[in-house]
Design a protein around this ligand. Sequence first.
Ligand code: S3P
Length: 196
Amino acid sequence: MSEARVYDFRKQGAERDRKVYELRCPVFFVGFMGAGKTSVARKLARNAGVSAIDMDTYIERRCDMKVKQIFAEVGEAGFRSIETDVLRDLTQGEPRLVSCGGGVVLVPENREILKAGGFVVYLKVTAAEAASRISDVTSRPLFGDLDQAQRVIEGRLPLYEEVANVTIDTAGRGTGAIAREAFYRLKDEGVLWQRG
Ligand code: S3P
């Protein structure tokens, strides 16, 4: 990417209080745990002056329980049904950047909501890199060990690809570089547009 484009992005970031950008529709970040969905959405939101929301945090506030506790109380199926409810809520109202839980694509209804309700950015990550980015894997009941994570990533790959409007490979890249690419891809697609 040219220096000019990088500079442009930073300048627009500094102008965020003027809220120069708007979203045409909700943008969902999907991908395996540790792909950087939450940090990338937050960074992009700050730079473009739009809002971001994290599905797991929203669920935890709504249930007044950590995700790990929800899994322990109602199991994965119970968690998935809360997740579908929340996903439906988040397609309503003013469009936002939504960082989704890694397993959101498992439920067919969720995939339909994602495809019909917004624009989907798939952040691709390897198991090893994901593990290195998550400070406490025990907070993710389904992460398991590296082999298990690798198998889950492979199993989910076609589901992530089914819903993705754009795919960004996060290998060896920091949050800033990934957010910058997401910014330009969303602008190019006309999802993020400049007011006035
Ligand atoms: C899950 C991913 C987690 C969380 C839950 C299940 C999954 O979210 O929703 O532990 O099935 O991949 P993150 O992807 O934000 O870690």
